[in-house]
Design a protein around this ligand. Structure first.
Ligand SMILES: Cc1ncc(C[n+]2csc(CCOP(=O)(O)OP(=O)(O)O)c2C)c(N)n1
Ligand code: SF4
Ligand SMILES: [Mg+2]
Length: 285
């Protein structure tokens, strides 16, 4: 266990990537990071001002799984028990999806973590496949019209040994999942929900609160597949729609949803209900 995010790193205040990266240091003993372009590249920095206290390789999006699998194979040859972790954003997971999918099919012995702040933040808040329904970004100024892709579900359908969702609002849950994956062999995938203060337009003190609200209103569902599909404890109560917190409270804390009509909020509610229907199917796997 060690602190991997050093003081003085250039992340914004309240940055979810910095919170998530801290969890890696707490859960994994011996690992290297492969980081494709994104805010995390800037946070990690370059020598002599590198701010992550682990070996980091910066790579282009699509090459990340091949690079990580190569490092993992080299460690194995040397009989070294080290984890190789790709830490990437949702934009990276869009642009580099073909190679992530190929790596999952080959069951490469790597951990892939997508820290999803629901847009391409580093290049100016462009919408990604996982951007929330109706959210305003610089490429969806009137609100995102397309549906939101469920990346973790897509990875689950690759039949890999481990897939989970996590949230920077539930660090114990995330750390527990990381502790489990470090000794599993093969392709392991964690989709981490990472609310971003400037991108979502909320106060930088509210990252964890917003992340928790996403789970409590059912918009982000915590689950784990390790051979068997399970809802994680924090999300279990919200399977019951009546127990979910008011979606409006989640939306109104974020500038990216300013001006939503009642009808649009109803549409989002329906999309969230549909998301839970898929979970019901997965529970029968
Ligand atoms: C092939 C390729 N296309 C585009 C870019 C430009 N680019 C750099 S970072 C980035 C956005 C990354 O977004 P995401 O992965 O969501 O990370 P975030 O910045 O949100 O943490 C893009 C498009 C690039 N570096 N390489
Ligand atoms: S824009 Fe968001 S993800 Fe990027 S460094 Fe700032 S808080 Fe972190
Ligand atoms: Mg992003």
């Amino acid at each position: 266990m060690k602190t991997i995010v050093m003081p003085g790193n250039p992340s914004c205040q309240g940055c979810p990537h910095a919170i998530g990266l801290k969890a890696l240091g707490l859960a994994l003993e011996d690992f290297v990071l492969v980081i494709p372009a994104g805010c995390s590249t800037i946070i990690a920095g370059i020598h002599p001002k590198a701010t992550l206290n682990v070996p980091v390789l910066h790579v282009p999006f699509a090459s990340a799984p091949a690079v990580a699998a190569g490092i993992s194979a080299a460690f194995k040859r040397e009989n070294k028990k080290k984890n190789v972790v790709i830490w990437m954003g949702d934009g990276g997971a869009d642009i580099g999806f073909a190679t992530i999918s190929g790596s999952a099919v080959r069951n490469d012995d790597i951990i892939v973590i997508v820290s999803d702040n629901e847009a391409y933040m580093n290049t100016g808040i462009q919408a990604s496949g996982t951007t929330f329904w109706k959210a305003k970004t610089t490429t969806s100024p009137a609100g995102k019209r397309e549906d939101r892709k469920d990346l973790a579900a897509i990875m689950l359908m690759h039949r890999v040994p481990y897939v989970a969702t996590a949230s920077v609002g539930y660090m114990n849950d995330f750390i527990k999942k990381l502790e489990k994956v470090k000794s599993i062999k093969g392709f392991r995938f964690i989709h981490l929900h990472s609310p971003c203060p400037p991108g979502w337009r909320f106060d930088s003190s509210k990252t964890v609160e917003i992340a928790r609200m996403a789970v409590k209103c059912g918009a982000w569902i915590l689950w784990e597949f390790d051979g068997k599909f399970n809802l994680s404890p924090a999300s279990k109560p919200y399977k019951d729609k009546n127990k979910r917190k008011d979606l409006k409270d989640y939306l109104k804390m974020q500038g990216r949803f300013k001006g939503l009509s009642e009808n649009e909020i109803l549409e989002i509610e329906k999309a969230i209900d549909k998301q839970w229907k898929y979970i019901e199917c997965f529970e029968n796997i």
